[in-house]
Ligand binder design. Structure first.
Ligand SMILES: *Cc1c(COP(=O)(O)O)cnc(C)c1O
Length: 438
Protein backbone atom coordinates (compact mmCIF):
# COMPACT_ATOMS: atom_id res chain seq x y z
CA UNK A 1 0.00 0.00 0.00
CA UNK A 2 1.32 3.46 -0.88
CA UNK A 3 1.68 6.28 1.61
CA UNK A 4 -1.01 8.43 0.07
CA UNK A 5 -3.55 5.56 -0.11
CA UNK A 6 -3.05 4.69 3.54
CA UNK A 7 -3.41 8.27 4.60
CA UNK A 8 -6.73 8.86 2.89
CA UNK A 9 -8.14 5.49 3.89
CA UNK A 10 -7.10 5.95 7.51
CA UNK A 11 -8.77 9.35 7.69
CA UNK A 12 -11.93 7.85 6.18
CA UNK A 13 -12.16 4.68 8.30
CA UNK A 14 -10.11 5.11 11.50
CA UNK A 15 -11.04 7.36 14.39
CA UNK A 16 -7.65 8.21 15.90
CA UNK A 17 -7.14 8.56 19.68
CA UNK A 18 -6.53 11.80 21.57
CA UNK A 19 -7.12 13.71 18.33
CA UNK A 20 -9.49 16.35 16.99
CA UNK A 21 -9.81 14.65 13.61
CA UNK A 22 -10.26 17.95 11.80
CA UNK A 23 -6.62 18.76 12.61
CA UNK A 24 -5.73 16.19 9.97
CA UNK A 25 -7.41 18.23 7.28
CA UNK A 26 -4.12 20.13 7.27
CA UNK A 27 -1.64 18.06 9.31
CA UNK A 28 -0.80 14.78 7.55
CA UNK A 29 -0.85 11.44 9.38
CA UNK A 30 2.40 9.51 9.25
CA UNK A 31 1.89 6.05 7.75
CA UNK A 32 4.45 3.73 9.34
CA UNK A 33 5.60 0.79 7.26
CA UNK A 34 8.02 -0.75 9.72
CA UNK A 35 10.11 0.03 12.77
CA UNK A 36 13.56 -1.06 13.92
CA UNK A 37 15.30 -0.04 17.12
CA UNK A 38 14.88 3.69 17.73
CA UNK A 39 13.48 4.35 14.27
CA UNK A 40 10.06 4.40 12.66
CA UNK A 41 10.14 4.16 8.84
CA UNK A 42 7.47 5.29 6.38
CA UNK A 43 6.91 3.99 2.85
CA UNK A 44 8.93 6.68 1.11
CA UNK A 45 12.29 6.26 2.81
CA UNK A 46 11.68 8.83 5.57
CA UNK A 47 12.49 7.91 9.15
CA UNK A 48 11.62 9.23 12.61
CA UNK A 49 13.53 8.87 15.89
CA UNK A 50 11.03 7.60 18.49
CA UNK A 51 12.00 9.98 21.32
CA UNK A 52 8.81 9.26 23.28
CA UNK A 53 8.85 5.44 23.06
CA UNK A 54 5.55 5.41 21.11
CA UNK A 55 3.53 6.88 23.99
CA UNK A 56 5.91 5.61 26.68
CA UNK A 57 5.50 1.89 26.00
CA UNK A 58 8.51 0.84 23.96
CA UNK A 59 11.44 0.13 26.28
CA UNK A 60 14.06 -1.61 24.15
CA UNK A 61 13.43 -0.27 20.67
CA UNK A 62 11.17 -1.65 17.98
CA UNK A 63 11.53 -5.19 16.65
CA UNK A 64 13.65 -6.27 19.64
CA UNK A 65 14.66 -9.78 18.51
CA UNK A 66 14.50 -11.43 21.96
CA UNK A 67 10.97 -10.24 22.70
CA UNK A 68 9.88 -11.16 19.18
CA UNK A 69 11.34 -14.67 19.51
CA UNK A 70 9.74 -15.21 22.92
CA UNK A 71 6.31 -14.19 21.63
CA UNK A 72 6.72 -16.34 18.51
CA UNK A 73 7.66 -19.38 20.63
CA UNK A 74 4.67 -18.76 22.89
CA UNK A 75 2.43 -18.45 19.84
CA UNK A 76 3.34 -22.00 18.89
CA UNK A 77 2.35 -23.34 22.34
CA UNK A 78 -0.60 -21.39 23.72
CA UNK A 79 -1.89 -18.06 22.46
CA UNK A 80 -4.64 -17.58 25.04
CA UNK A 81 -6.89 -19.34 27.50
CA UNK A 82 -9.47 -17.82 29.81
CA UNK A 83 -7.99 -17.24 33.25
CA UNK A 84 -11.10 -18.10 35.28
CA UNK A 85 -10.83 -21.77 36.15
CA UNK A 86 -7.60 -22.14 34.12
CA UNK A 87 -3.99 -21.10 34.48
CA UNK A 88 -0.78 -21.27 32.46
CA UNK A 89 2.98 -20.97 32.79
CA UNK A 90 3.57 -17.40 31.61
CA UNK A 91 1.00 -15.84 33.97
CA UNK A 92 2.32 -17.78 36.98
CA UNK A 93 5.95 -17.03 36.23
CA UNK A 94 5.25 -13.35 35.61
CA UNK A 95 3.31 -13.01 38.87
CA UNK A 96 6.11 -14.69 40.83
CA UNK A 97 8.77 -12.50 39.26
CA UNK A 98 6.88 -9.25 39.78
CA UNK A 99 6.24 -10.19 43.40
CA UNK A 100 9.94 -10.94 43.86
CA UNK A 101 10.78 -7.52 42.39
CA UNK A 102 8.89 -5.87 45.25
CA UNK A 103 10.47 -8.02 47.90
CA UNK A 104 7.34 -10.11 48.35
CA UNK A 105 5.40 -7.12 49.74
CA UNK A 106 2.77 -7.30 46.98
CA UNK A 107 2.08 -10.99 46.65
CA UNK A 108 -1.00 -11.10 44.41
CA UNK A 109 -1.29 -10.03 40.77
CA UNK A 110 -4.56 -9.25 38.95
CA UNK A 111 -4.37 -8.75 35.18
CA UNK A 112 -6.07 -6.63 32.52
CA UNK A 113 -5.11 -5.25 29.14
CA UNK A 114 -4.63 -1.50 29.53
CA UNK A 115 -3.70 1.11 32.08
CA UNK A 116 -7.14 2.59 32.63
CA UNK A 117 -8.47 -0.87 33.49
CA UNK A 118 -5.69 -1.28 36.04
CA UNK A 119 -6.80 1.97 37.68
CA UNK A 120 -10.42 0.77 37.70
CA UNK A 121 -9.37 -2.50 39.30
CA UNK A 122 -7.33 -0.81 42.04
CA UNK A 123 -10.21 1.57 42.86
CA UNK A 124 -12.77 -1.23 42.92
CA UNK A 125 -10.56 -3.55 44.97
CA UNK A 126 -9.87 -0.83 47.52
CA UNK A 127 -13.54 0.07 47.96
CA UNK A 128 -14.58 -3.58 48.06
CA UNK A 129 -11.89 -4.31 50.63
CA UNK A 130 -13.40 -1.76 53.02
CA UNK A 131 -16.87 -3.13 52.35
CA UNK A 132 -15.70 -6.66 53.14
CA UNK A 133 -14.06 -5.32 56.31
CA UNK A 134 -17.39 -3.83 57.48
CA UNK A 135 -16.36 -0.25 56.62
CA UNK A 136 -18.88 0.36 53.77
CA UNK A 137 -18.71 4.13 54.28
CA UNK A 138 -15.15 4.22 52.91
CA UNK A 139 -16.02 4.77 49.23
CA UNK A 140 -14.26 8.03 48.31
CA UNK A 141 -10.99 8.62 46.48
CA UNK A 142 -8.48 11.42 46.60
CA UNK A 143 -5.92 12.26 43.94
CA UNK A 144 -3.38 15.00 43.22
CA UNK A 145 -4.02 18.17 41.27
CA UNK A 146 -3.06 17.52 37.65
CA UNK A 147 -3.24 13.75 38.07
CA UNK A 148 -3.84 11.38 35.14
CA UNK A 149 -4.97 7.82 35.74
CA UNK A 150 -6.68 6.91 32.47
CA UNK A 151 -9.86 7.76 30.63
CA UNK A 152 -12.53 5.17 31.40
CA UNK A 153 -15.27 6.53 33.67
CA UNK A 154 -13.79 5.43 37.01
CA UNK A 155 -10.23 6.36 36.08
CA UNK A 156 -11.35 9.71 34.66
CA UNK A 157 -13.04 10.50 37.98
CA UNK A 158 -9.59 10.52 39.63
CA UNK A 159 -7.98 12.34 36.69
CA UNK A 160 -7.58 16.11 36.96
CA UNK A 161 -7.00 17.25 33.40
CA UNK A 162 -9.87 19.50 32.37
CA UNK A 163 -9.51 18.90 28.63
CA UNK A 164 -10.05 15.16 29.06
CA UNK A 165 -12.60 15.39 31.83
CA UNK A 166 -14.96 18.34 31.56
CA UNK A 167 -17.15 17.03 28.70
CA UNK A 168 -17.88 13.89 30.70
CA UNK A 169 -18.49 15.48 34.10
CA UNK A 170 -22.12 14.25 34.29
CA UNK A 171 -20.85 10.69 33.86
CA UNK A 172 -18.27 10.88 36.65
CA UNK A 173 -18.41 10.45 40.38
CA UNK A 174 -16.47 13.45 41.58
CA UNK A 175 -13.43 12.65 43.71
CA UNK A 176 -11.39 15.04 45.81
CA UNK A 177 -8.14 16.68 44.73
CA UNK A 178 -5.27 17.77 46.96
CA UNK A 179 -2.20 19.87 46.12
CA UNK A 180 0.42 18.43 43.82
CA UNK A 181 3.99 18.30 45.21
CA UNK A 182 5.20 19.49 41.75
CA UNK A 183 8.69 20.92 42.35
CA UNK A 184 7.98 23.72 39.85
CA UNK A 185 5.79 25.27 42.55
CA UNK A 186 8.85 26.14 44.63
CA UNK A 187 9.11 29.70 45.90
CA UNK A 188 12.47 31.36 45.10
CA UNK A 189 15.13 29.50 47.08
CA UNK A 190 12.73 26.77 48.22
CA UNK A 191 13.82 23.13 47.85
CA UNK A 192 11.80 20.39 46.12
CA UNK A 193 11.61 18.62 49.46
CA UNK A 194 10.07 21.65 51.09
CA UNK A 195 7.41 21.87 48.32
CA UNK A 196 6.72 18.17 48.93
CA UNK A 197 6.35 18.80 52.64
CA UNK A 198 3.88 21.65 52.04
CA UNK A 199 1.77 19.39 49.83
CA UNK A 200 2.00 16.58 52.40
CA UNK A 201 0.80 18.96 55.11
CA UNK A 202 -2.23 19.74 52.96
CA UNK A 203 -2.87 16.03 52.47
CA UNK A 204 -2.65 15.56 56.23
CA UNK A 205 -5.25 18.25 56.84
CA UNK A 206 -7.52 16.75 54.20
CA UNK A 207 -7.20 13.19 55.52
CA UNK A 208 -7.76 14.28 59.11
CA UNK A 209 -11.17 15.58 58.01
CA UNK A 210 -12.21 13.06 55.38
CA UNK A 211 -10.51 9.75 56.13
CA UNK A 212 -13.65 8.09 57.46
CA UNK A 213 -15.30 8.23 54.02
CA UNK A 214 -12.14 7.65 51.99
CA UNK A 215 -11.00 4.34 50.53
CA UNK A 216 -7.74 5.35 48.86
CA UNK A 217 -5.27 7.99 47.76
CA UNK A 218 -4.04 7.42 44.21
CA UNK A 219 -0.72 8.91 43.06
CA UNK A 220 1.72 8.76 40.15
CA UNK A 221 5.02 8.27 42.04
CA UNK A 222 7.78 10.86 41.35
CA UNK A 223 6.45 12.16 38.00
CA UNK A 224 2.92 13.19 37.07
CA UNK A 225 3.48 12.51 33.40
CA UNK A 226 0.40 13.43 31.34
CA UNK A 227 -0.16 16.77 33.04
CA UNK A 228 3.27 17.94 31.80
CA UNK A 229 6.01 15.85 33.44
CA UNK A 230 5.53 17.37 36.90
CA UNK A 231 8.44 15.95 38.92
CA UNK A 232 8.52 15.88 42.68
CA UNK A 233 10.63 14.85 45.65
CA UNK A 234 10.33 11.29 47.03
CA UNK A 235 9.72 12.87 50.45
CA UNK A 236 6.07 13.29 49.45
CA UNK A 237 5.65 9.54 48.96
CA UNK A 238 7.18 8.76 52.35
CA UNK A 239 4.79 11.22 54.00
CA UNK A 240 1.81 9.97 51.99
CA UNK A 241 2.61 6.40 53.07
CA UNK A 242 2.83 7.40 56.70
CA UNK A 243 -0.42 9.42 56.54
CA UNK A 244 -2.35 6.71 54.67
CA UNK A 245 -1.31 4.14 57.26
CA UNK A 246 -2.21 6.45 60.12
CA UNK A 247 -5.65 7.30 58.69
CA UNK A 248 -6.49 3.82 57.34
CA UNK A 249 -6.62 4.88 53.72
CA UNK A 250 -5.09 2.73 50.96
CA UNK A 251 -2.22 4.09 48.92
CA UNK A 252 -2.48 3.24 45.21
CA UNK A 253 0.75 3.76 43.23
CA UNK A 254 -0.08 4.24 39.56
CA UNK A 255 3.25 3.29 37.97
CA UNK A 256 1.72 2.73 34.55
CA UNK A 257 4.06 5.37 33.11
CA UNK A 258 6.82 5.64 35.73
CA UNK A 259 7.35 1.92 36.41
CA UNK A 260 9.68 -0.45 34.54
CA UNK A 261 12.86 1.56 35.10
CA UNK A 262 11.65 4.89 33.76
CA UNK A 263 12.65 6.93 36.82
CA UNK A 264 15.91 5.09 37.49
CA UNK A 265 14.75 2.29 39.78
CA UNK A 266 12.57 -0.57 38.52
CA UNK A 267 9.62 0.80 40.48
CA UNK A 268 9.48 4.54 41.12
CA UNK A 269 8.19 4.10 44.69
CA UNK A 270 11.41 2.30 45.66
CA UNK A 271 13.10 5.72 45.76
CA UNK A 272 10.91 6.60 48.74
CA UNK A 273 11.80 3.37 50.58
CA UNK A 274 8.18 2.37 51.03
CA UNK A 275 5.53 0.11 49.47
CA UNK A 276 2.02 1.02 48.33
CA UNK A 277 -1.06 -1.12 49.03
CA UNK A 278 -1.78 -1.35 45.30
CA UNK A 279 0.67 -1.03 42.41
CA UNK A 280 -0.59 -0.52 38.83
CA UNK A 281 1.71 -1.37 35.91
CA UNK A 282 1.11 -1.29 32.16
CA UNK A 283 2.73 0.58 29.21
CA UNK A 284 6.36 -0.68 29.36
CA UNK A 285 5.62 -3.95 31.14
CA UNK A 286 5.33 -5.86 27.85
CA UNK A 287 8.20 -3.91 26.27
CA UNK A 288 5.65 -2.15 24.06
CA UNK A 289 4.66 -5.37 22.32
CA UNK A 290 1.20 -6.35 23.51
CA UNK A 291 -1.51 -4.78 25.66
CA UNK A 292 -1.08 -5.84 29.28
CA UNK A 293 -1.67 -4.34 32.69
CA UNK A 294 -1.39 -5.68 36.20
CA UNK A 295 -2.52 -4.60 39.65
CA UNK A 296 -0.41 -5.97 42.47
CA UNK A 297 -1.59 -5.97 46.06
CA UNK A 298 -0.84 -7.23 49.55
CA UNK A 299 -1.78 -10.42 51.36
CA UNK A 300 -3.92 -8.29 53.69
CA UNK A 301 -6.08 -7.07 50.80
CA UNK A 302 -6.25 -10.51 49.22
CA UNK A 303 -7.36 -12.14 52.46
CA UNK A 304 -10.29 -9.74 52.85
CA UNK A 305 -11.82 -11.28 49.71
CA UNK A 306 -11.03 -14.93 50.50
CA UNK A 307 -14.30 -16.41 51.76
CA UNK A 308 -17.09 -18.93 51.20
CA UNK A 309 -19.29 -16.14 49.90
CA UNK A 310 -19.06 -15.54 46.13
CA UNK A 311 -20.10 -11.91 46.53
CA UNK A 312 -17.14 -11.21 48.82
CA UNK A 313 -14.81 -12.27 46.01
CA UNK A 314 -13.40 -9.89 43.41
CA UNK A 315 -15.60 -10.80 40.44
CA UNK A 316 -14.10 -8.29 38.01
CA UNK A 317 -12.84 -9.74 34.70
CA UNK A 318 -11.73 -8.92 31.17
CA UNK A 319 -11.85 -11.37 28.27
CA UNK A 320 -8.09 -11.15 27.76
CA UNK A 321 -7.13 -11.18 31.46
CA UNK A 322 -3.68 -12.78 31.77
CA UNK A 323 -3.21 -13.27 28.03
CA UNK A 324 -0.36 -15.74 27.52
CA UNK A 325 1.33 -13.88 24.65
CA UNK A 326 1.33 -10.59 26.57
CA UNK A 327 2.67 -12.29 29.70
CA UNK A 328 5.40 -13.92 27.62
CA UNK A 329 6.37 -10.53 26.18
CA UNK A 330 6.55 -9.20 29.75
CA UNK A 331 8.78 -12.09 30.84
CA UNK A 332 11.10 -11.44 27.90
CA UNK A 333 11.15 -7.76 28.94
CA UNK A 334 12.16 -8.68 32.51
CA UNK A 335 14.84 -11.01 31.10
CA UNK A 336 16.35 -8.11 29.17
CA UNK A 337 16.48 -5.94 32.31
CA UNK A 338 18.59 -8.67 33.94
CA UNK A 339 20.68 -9.79 30.95
CA UNK A 340 21.65 -6.29 29.79
CA UNK A 341 22.04 -4.67 33.20
CA UNK A 342 19.53 -2.07 32.03
CA UNK A 343 19.11 -0.09 35.25
CA UNK A 344 22.88 0.40 35.61
CA UNK A 345 23.31 1.31 31.93
CA UNK A 346 20.43 3.77 32.21
CA UNK A 347 22.12 5.59 35.08
CA UNK A 348 24.86 6.52 32.65
CA UNK A 349 22.41 7.24 29.80
CA UNK A 350 20.22 9.40 32.01
CA UNK A 351 23.16 11.45 33.25
CA UNK A 352 24.35 11.98 29.66
CA UNK A 353 20.85 12.99 28.55
CA UNK A 354 20.86 15.57 31.32
CA UNK A 355 24.21 16.98 30.15
CA UNK A 356 23.20 16.98 26.51
CA UNK A 357 19.90 18.72 27.29
CA UNK A 358 21.62 21.53 29.21
CA UNK A 359 22.09 23.86 26.19
CA UNK A 360 18.30 23.92 25.76
CA UNK A 361 18.09 25.95 28.96
CA UNK A 362 19.94 28.78 27.20
CA UNK A 363 17.07 29.31 24.74
CA UNK A 364 15.08 32.38 25.79
CA UNK A 365 11.73 30.55 25.82
CA UNK A 366 12.85 27.52 27.86
CA UNK A 367 11.98 27.26 31.56
CA UNK A 368 12.38 24.58 34.25
CA UNK A 369 14.58 22.09 32.43
CA UNK A 370 14.33 18.99 34.61
CA UNK A 371 15.07 15.29 34.64
CA UNK A 372 13.99 12.22 36.55
CA UNK A 373 15.76 9.06 35.40
CA UNK A 374 15.03 8.56 31.70
CA UNK A 375 12.58 11.47 31.47
CA UNK A 376 13.86 14.91 30.48
CA UNK A 377 11.37 17.79 30.22
CA UNK A 378 11.25 21.55 29.85
CA UNK A 379 8.50 24.17 29.65
CA UNK A 380 8.08 26.79 26.96
CA UNK A 381 7.17 30.30 28.09
CA UNK A 382 4.59 32.15 26.04
CA UNK A 383 3.50 29.03 24.11
CA UNK A 384 0.20 29.59 22.31
CA UNK A 385 -2.55 27.02 21.80
CA UNK A 386 -1.03 25.77 18.55
CA UNK A 387 2.53 25.42 19.89
CA UNK A 388 2.41 21.70 20.65
CA UNK A 389 1.08 20.89 17.20
CA UNK A 390 3.57 23.19 15.47
CA UNK A 391 6.49 21.72 17.40
CA UNK A 392 5.32 18.17 16.65
CA UNK A 393 5.16 18.99 12.91
CA UNK A 394 8.55 20.72 12.88
CA UNK A 395 10.13 17.82 14.75
CA UNK A 396 8.88 15.38 12.12
CA UNK A 397 10.59 17.48 9.44
CA UNK A 398 13.78 16.97 11.45
CA UNK A 399 13.24 13.16 11.61
CA UNK A 400 12.16 13.34 15.21
CA UNK A 401 9.02 12.17 16.99
CA UNK A 402 8.32 14.62 19.83
CA UNK A 403 4.78 15.16 21.05
CA UNK A 404 4.61 18.01 23.56
CA UNK A 405 2.07 18.04 26.37
CA UNK A 406 0.72 21.59 26.07
CA UNK A 407 3.74 23.80 26.70
CA UNK A 408 5.91 20.99 28.06
CA UNK A 409 8.35 19.33 25.66
CA UNK A 410 10.00 16.11 26.78
CA UNK A 411 12.11 13.09 25.95
CA UNK A 412 11.01 9.68 27.17
CA UNK A 413 13.17 7.51 24.90
CA UNK A 414 13.74 3.75 24.69
CA UNK A 415 16.57 2.37 26.84
CA UNK A 416 18.79 1.45 23.90
CA UNK A 417 20.44 4.72 22.89
CA UNK A 418 24.19 4.84 22.55
CA UNK A 419 26.30 8.00 22.78
CA UNK A 420 25.87 8.88 19.10
CA UNK A 421 22.07 8.45 19.30
CA UNK A 422 21.88 10.74 22.31
CA UNK A 423 24.07 13.41 20.71
CA UNK A 424 21.91 13.26 17.58
CA UNK A 425 18.71 13.54 19.63
CA UNK A 426 20.00 16.56 21.53
CA UNK A 427 21.28 18.36 18.43
CA UNK A 428 18.08 17.81 16.48
CA UNK A 429 15.91 18.83 19.40
CA UNK A 430 17.87 22.05 19.83
CA UNK A 431 17.38 22.83 16.13
CA UNK A 432 13.64 22.13 16.33
CA UNK A 433 13.29 24.29 19.43
CA UNK A 434 15.14 27.12 17.65
CA UNK A 435 12.94 26.76 14.58
CA UNK A 436 9.56 27.01 16.33
CA UNK A 437 8.53 30.27 17.94
CA UNK A 438 6.36 29.99 21.06
C1 LIG B 1 -1.16 6.04 30.26
C2 LIG B 1 -1.54 6.11 31.68
C3 LIG B 1 -2.71 5.50 32.16
C4 LIG B 1 -3.71 4.86 31.25
O1 LIG B 1 -3.20 3.77 30.54
P1 LIG B 1 -3.93 3.34 29.18
O2 LIG B 1 -3.25 2.08 28.79
O3 LIG B 1 -3.70 4.46 28.21
O4 LIG B 1 -5.37 3.16 29.50
C5 LIG B 1 -2.97 5.56 33.51
N1 LIG B 1 -2.12 6.16 34.36
C6 LIG B 1 -0.98 6.74 33.95
C7 LIG B 1 -0.07 7.36 34.96
C8 LIG B 1 -0.66 6.76 32.59
O5 LIG B 1 0.44 7.40 32.17
Amino acid sequence: MKNTDLLARSLAAVWHPCTQMKVHATLPLIPVARARGLWLHDFDGRRYFDAISSWWVNLFGHAEPRIGAAVAAQLAELEHVMLAGFTHGPVVELSERLTALCGGALGHCFYASDGASATEIALKMSMHYWRNRARPEKTGFVSLAGSYHGETAGALAVTDIALFRDAYAPLLRAGATVASPDARRAEPGESAQSVAERAAAELETWLARHHAGTAALIVEPLVQCATGMAMYDAHYLRRARELCSRYEVHLIADEIAVGCGRTGTFFAHEQAGMRPDFLCLSKGISGGYLPLSVVMTTDAVYEAFYDDSTARGFLHSHSYTGNALACRAALATLDIFAADGVLAANRHRAARLGELAAPLADLPQVRKLRRCGMIVAWDVAGADASYARRLFAAALEHELLLRPLGNTVYWMPPYVMDEADMVWLAERTLRVMQAVAP
